[in-house]
Design a protein around this ligand. Structure first.
Ligand SMILES: CC(C)(COP(=O)(O)OP(=O)(O)OC[C@H]1O[C@@H](n2cnc3c(N)ncnc32)[C@H](O)[C@@H]1OP(=O)(O)O)[C@@H](O)C(=O)NCCC(=O)NCCS
Length: 243
């Protein structure tokens, strides 16, 4: 916090110096140098606080090991290189093993995905996270093999007492193998998706799903059975390429 304030006070001083000195002497090397230092300082995670640092249940040594990599991940996503999908998949695949508790092969992650701690997240093989997914791994979150989370999906592992918001319950959230959590849906803390089940667009999962079934709505209810003979695997369909 103190460091953040110092940063901003330096920034405003540099801006003032730049304005006054520009009129009196040119070029203003001091102001330029200070402005560059401040610009660079914003990319240094030591000058930044992230939400987990306000949580009482954050295992700070484990989080601080990951924080520079999380900050790199988030800043990369906001850079032109982060929007380059092919390079982005490879870059995030390289970072993930150092952030998550576990990650399998062929992990594929689109831009703008965020996590809470990172260290409570277990990800299987051939898992895809689409844009703007948020995974709240304050407690265990397990995601099975061949599962995909579509754009804007939220997965939670904590909840607050309805009477007193300061009481937090952390509950494991398990999403099985070959599941699909589709656009804009939310998986609440402590729920479990059985293998090969699906949560429809905008759905809210408050309990467990049965395997080979489709759930929709708020709260999500079963509307259909899937055909278990038609489990698909990556590369089964020519329109879906796997990097
Ligand atoms: C859940 C879903 C797969 C169902 O598709 P479907 O098999 O064609 O099912 P139907 O359209 O026959 O729907 C069955 C019933 O559920 C309802 N329903 C379907 N999707 C729903 C949803 N997301 N929310 C609420 N109700 C839904 C239908 O209106 C229908 O109700 P009715 O029987 O009373 O008429 C689809 O609607 C969906 O949500 N797809 C998400 C696609 C997606 O995000 N893909 C991710 C790509 S990255």
């Amino acid at each position: 916090m103190t460091r953040g304030l110092a940063l901003w006070s330096n920034a405003s001083r540099a801006a003032r110096t730049a304005t006054t000195s520009a009129a009196t002497r040119s070029p203003n090397f001091t102001a330029h140098r200070e402005a560059t230092l401040i610009l660079n300082a914003q990319f240094d995670p030591r000058n930044v606080t992230l939400e987990p640092e306000y949580y009482g249940d954050c295992d700070m040594p484990r989080f601080l090991e990951r924080k520079p990599l999380l900050w790199l991940w988030y800043m990369f996503d906001k850079s032109p290189a982060g929007l380059n999908l092919d390079f982005g998949f490879k870059f995030r695949r390289a970072l993930a093993p150092f952030i998550f508790k576990k990650v399998g092969k062929n992990f594929k992650c689109f831009p703008f995905v965020e996590f809470t701690f990172g260290y409570n997240l277990e990800v299987g093989d051939d898992v895809v996270f689409h844009r703007w997914v948020f995974i709240d791994d304050r407690f265990t979150v397990k995601i099975g093999n061949h599962t995909s989370l579509s754009d804007y999906v939220n997965v939670y592992s904590h909840t607050h007492d309805i009477n007193c918001r300061y009481f937090v319950s952390n509950l494991p959230t398990i999403i099985g193998n070959n599941c699909r959590v589709t656009y804009h849906s939310t998986v609440l803390a402590g729920t479990k998706m059985a293998d090969n089940s699906m949560l429809g667009a905008l759905g809210l999962l408050t309990r467990e799903t049965r395997s080979d079934a489709v759930y929709v709505g708020i709260p999500a209810k079963k509307v259909k059975d899937k055909d278990p003979r038609h489990h698909c695997r990556p590369g089964d369909h020519p329109d879906e390429t796997i990097t």
